[in-house]
Ligand binder design. Sequence first.
Ligand code: PRP
Ligand code: URA
Length: 210
Amino acid sequence: MRLHVADHPLITHKLTVLRDQRTSSPVFRQLTEELVTLLAYEATRNVRVAPIEIQTPVTTTTGVRIDEPRPLVVPILRAGLGMLEGMVKLIPTAEVGFLGMVRDHETLEPSTYAERLPDDLSDRQCFVLDPMLATGGSLGAAIEFLFQRGAQDVTAICILGAPEGVAAIEKQVDGRDVTLVLGALDERLNEKGYIVPGLGDAGDRLYGTV
Ligand code: PRP
Ligand code: URA
């Protein structure tokens, strides 16, 4: 597994505001979107492109376009939905699949309540979006879903990760082609499975308590 942890003052600045408990939902949503776009820059470093020829007003030249089959972006509901717009802004031609997952507050085990993915993901570059990588249960289950459909190339973008979650994903992917891009790698999980220092419950902060 390749791990990339962002190291940029603009990202740290936006993360600081995101973490602050006084930050309102509208600002939290806006910052989440902006952070994803910045992280997506790194996460799409190996996106497949095909050469094309174009005509500028001055001459003919070569460039590239995003190659077929189109990349698949998969937000993990609910909180991952807050990252979708920031990602598709950068790759407007991407297709979008959905996975709904919730982790049990007591056991911290994830369960899947929704799934809308293409049947065959072989040859598709997949980008999974989930703001929080805590125990790694939810992201691990999502990655497993994609591999079972034939995916071979999965990149996950998380705003924050805990060392426990990174270790869990590393163990699970076991040499398969997975890249993990984090906005920051935090200190640890607390006894309730929350990331410390973290930002609290990402879904609640984006959408309120439901
Ligand atoms: C949060 C978060 C991740 C998961 C991370 O979702 O968005 O999906 O927890 O925890 P894990 O690494 O221990 O699995 P939650 O289950 O709270 O659902 P929500 O997105 O609907 O709020
Ligand atoms: N899910 C969240 O939303 N926040 C955490 O800190 C851990 C899991």
